[in-house]
Design a binder for this molecule. Structure first.
Ligand SMILES: [Zn+2]
Length: 318
């Protein structure tokens, strides 16, 4: 990967090129992406044309996919409760999808963590009446200029309307639309602000970005994430679900316990391989060349993070 290649990013090439680009960033951590071709700007651009798909689960819960992280919607007499807000550039598509579910207004928005592909829509949803609830570190990260080194991007402080107004440290229980919603902090995992949201009666768990179903996950070391934290959170998810639980990941299709186990096992296997190579004194380049992700690349490497990038993310934390 070189700068000539990164400058030729088209929409179709985006996923592949940012994956390779992110790996190259870790190899040569300076200004790999021009400001207009970094993953954040490109994602926001794609969000404008994103097709939003609605999947109805059970217990009044639906999932909107297509714009940033997966959005869960609980609709009822208390209005719509949203888990995550997607990209702001997808407002028209998301608003249309929400109107198709029911005519009730959006009254509550819960952010699973601070990342832009889960919170960009905060401001417009607040402007139509949503209270925003999150773990306290989500508010902290959104309140100030926050840099993610791996994306070569510094987010400016969010406008007041985009900030969570109700925050908590460890957990919060809400009763809305006849449903118990249990919000639980993972501790540092993918970032330092990750929470799960459980729709208790419906047995549906939204894991935020502690689970990417079928994809290598991003790990945000710049704001408190780590591979070991990600593995701990994956274990927490497995421990709290049953074979009947429907699990909504941050990215990828809705799944269940077996998918969570497969994901956790993948994380642990690659972590152990990378840690062993690093302990032998291998450099990052040598570790990537040893392909500790080889058995997993075909299945997990096709989205935002490819095997080389994931190896680099793991290497940084062992
Ligand atoms: Zn994230």
């Amino acid at each position: 990967m070189n700068s000539d290649q990164t400058s030729r990013v088209t929409r179709r090439q985006f996923l592949a090129s940012t994956s390779v680009g992110a790996a190259a960033f870790w190899l040569a951590p300076r200004n790999l992406f021009a400001q207009d071709t970094n993953p954040v700007t490109v994602s926001r651009g794609q969000g404008a044309g994103a097709k939003i798909t609605v999947q109805n689960l059970r217990g009044g819960v639906s999932v909107l996919t297509g714009s940033g992280g997966n959005i869960a919607v609980l609709s009822g007499t208390d209005g719509k409760i949203l888990i995550d807000a997607g990209l702001a550039t997808s407002r028209p598509g998301n608003a249309e999808a929400l109107a198709g579910i029911s005519s009730s207004p959006v009254t509550h928005l819960i952010n699973t963590h601070w990342h832009f592909d889960h919170t960009d829509g905060n401001q417009w949803l607040n402007s139509v009446g949503a209270r925003i609830i999150a773990q306290e570190n989500t508010r902290k990260r959104l309140s100030t200029a926050t840099r993610v080194e791996a994306w070569n991007f510094t987010f400016p402080p969010s406008p007041a309307g985009a900030l969570p107004t109700e925050v908590f440290k460890q957990g919060l229980t809400l009763f809305l639309n006849g449903t118990k919603l249990a919000l639980d902090y993972y501790g540092p995992a993918h970032t330092d602000s990750d929470i799960s949201v459980e729709f208790t009666e419906a047995e549906i768990l939204h894991t935020g970005d502690t689970w990417w179903n079928g994809h290598f996950p991003f790990i945000d070391y710049s704001t408190g994430g780590s591979i070991d934290g990600a593995i701990r959170a994956a274990g927490t998810n497995i421990a709290r679900v049953t074979d009947d639980t429907l699990v909504i990941p941050g990215h990828g299709p809705v799944g269940g316990k077996s998918g969570l186990i497969e994901f956790r096992d993948m994380l642990v296997t690659i972590r152990d391989k990378v840690a062993a190579l690093k302990k032998q004194g291998k450099s990052l380049e040598e570790t990537i060349a040893a392909a500790p992700n080889a058995d997993y690349e075909a299945k997990w490497g096709g989205f935002f993070i490819n095997g080389k990038t994931f190896t680099a993310l793991v290497y940084a934390g062992v």
